[in-house]
Every structure is written in structure tokens, then in C-alpha cells.
Design a protein around this ligand. Structure first.
Ligand code: T5A
Ligand code: NA
Length: 214
């Protein structure tokens, strides 16, 4: 009926995984596919480095031009998500689907990998919107290293990525009801087909469900 039609919301879809796992490739392909199907879709990525002072601080931290205590940069990554919360909620409620390249789980994984406590790391994420689905792209780190030598950004080192990967695995075990773990070594097009199929079902399922919080 008219009332439930008016309340149809978009889906909130997140891509997570280690560096080079293919998040940007797959999130872009999904956005193109949904838009081609006439689904109103917006692509976002975190950290959102450009549009705020917090984003600019994060950028200078990642490019090693500024140093900050681990706790401080962690809270800035989280604040960068809080800055976008209202707009994201409005877009979802207006029926727009959000495809997001990294989110709170990257925030937790990269800081826990430095040795900080997982519950402490998760606390500032509570109250942010909870994704309807997380696509976790995972494969052997040696495979990812073959995709080109690591660059100069702060976290692009194999030993550190190993720790990040094990935190993502823990999160996957804990959140497996809405996480989809995919083999990041599959061909780009095969992965895209799997992701598109799950997403298209999800759009219908969540349209009348209320948004949830982390
Ligand atoms: N971070 C982030 C935190 O510490 N806290 C936080 O809260 C957040 C949100 C910035 C850094 O910030 C950290 C995590 C990061 O270290 P970023 O800007 O998202 O993160 O990182 P990028 O460097 O942009 O992206 P990644 O390195 O993570 O790569 P992607 O997006 O996973 O991979 P993609 O798609 O660019 O592909 C990489 C290469 O592999 C090829 C591609 O063509 C490309 O060359 N490729 C494949 N090759 C073979 N088979 C496939 N299936 C392939 N898919 C892609
Ligand atoms: Na990326």
C-alpha cells in the first residue's frame, strides 16, 4: 500500500578486507550494476579524506606526514564516520542505497592490530548505523602482495597486514549473521556476480526494515 511504499529505504552495504583485497574494484562494480538497474545508489569510502578537517588530518597521518598517538587517530577515524552519519541516514531513508568502501570494522581491525583492546576500539562505533551486509574479501596475504609492492602509506607492511587479517577473521566469526566472506582470489567478474546476486536479494529484504545501530 501507499504507506509502506513511502517507507521503502535503501540498503547499507559495506566492503571490508585487507589492503589490496579488491574493495574499491568491487564496490565500484556494484554501484555501476545497481545504477544500471535503476536503483538509486551512492558510493562512499572511509576514511573520507577530503571534505573535512578531520579527513585532512587522517590523510596526513596515513601519508606519514603527521604522527599522532594510536588512541587519537583511532578516535579521528571514528569521528570521520560520525561526521557523515546524518547524511547517510537521510539518504537511506529517502530510498538511496549506500555502497561503502571500508567502515567501522576497518577502524577496529587496524587499531587492534597495534595492540589496543578490542572493546575499547569498538566503543566509539556504537550508535553508528549498522550495515545490512558486509562483504569481507579475504585471501592469502602473499596473493595480495603479488598485486604490486606495498606503497609508502603507514599500514602497507606485510607483518601488520597479517595482524589486521586475523582481527577481520575474529569479527567475521562474531558478526557472521550479516557478513559474507568471499574469496578475494576469485576473478573480478566472478566475485562481482556473487556480490550482485546477494545485493539484489538484500534490496528487497531490507526495504521495509528499520535501520539498526552498531
Ligand atoms: N583505516 C581505515 C584505519 O586505520 N581506520 C579506519 O577507520 C579506516 C576506515 C586507508 C587506510 O586507512 C586504514 C586502512 C587503510 O590502511 P584506503 O584508502 O581504503 O584505506 O586504502 P586504499 O589504498 O585505497 O585501498 P586498498 O589498498 O585497501 O585496496 P582495495 O580497495 O582493497 O583494492 P583495489 O580494488 O584497489 O585493488 C587492488 C589491486 O588489485 C587488483 C586491482 O586491479 C588493483 O590493482 N585486483 C585484483 N587482482 C586480481 N584478482 C582480483 N579479484 C582483483 N581485484 C582487484
Ligand atoms: Na581502496
Amino acid at each position: 500500500d501507499k504507506i509502506s511504499n513511502a517507507m521503502q529505504r535503501g540498503a547499507f552495504i559495506v566492503f571490508e578486507g585487507c589492503d589490496r583485497s579488491g574493495k574499491t574494484t568491487q564496490s565500484r562494480l556494484l554501484v555501476e550494476k545497481l545504477q544500471a538497474n535503476g536503483v538509486s545508489t551512492v558510493h562512499l569510502n572511509f576514511p573520507e579524506r577530503k571534505s573535512s578537517q578531520i579527513g585532512q588530518v587522517i590523510n596526513s597521518y596515513l601519508t606519514n606526514s603527521q604522527d599522532l598517538p594510536d588512541e587519537v587517530i583511532h578516535l579521528m577515524f571514528s569521528a570521520n564516520r560520525w561526521e557523515h552519519l546524518n547524511r547517510m541516514r537521510k539518504q537511506l531513508e529517502a530510498g538511496t542505497t549506500l555502497v561503502v568502501d571500508r567502515y567501522s570494522y576497518s577502524g577496529v581491525a587496524y587499531t587492534v592490530a597495534k595492540g589496543l583492546d578490542l572493546n575499547w576500539c569498538y566503543a566509539p562505533e556504537r550508535g553508528l548505523l549498522k550495515p545490512d551486509a558486509v562483504f569481507y574479501l579475504k585471501t592469502e596475504l602473499d596473493e595480495l602482495a603479488k598485486r604490486g609492492s606495498y606503497g609508502t602509506e603507514r599500514y602497507e607492511k606485510l607483518e601488520f597486514q597479517r595482524k589486521v587479517s586475523s582481527v577481520f577473521d575474529c569479527l567475521y566469526e562474531r558478526e557472521s549473521s550479516y557478513w559474507h566472506r568471499l574469496n578475494a582470489s576469485d576473478k573480478v567478474e566472478d566475485l562481482h556476480q556473487q556480490i550482485a546476486q546477494i545485493s539484489e536479494k538484500l534490496l528487497e529484504q531490507v526495504a521495509t526494515q528499520p535501520l539498526d545501530k552498531l
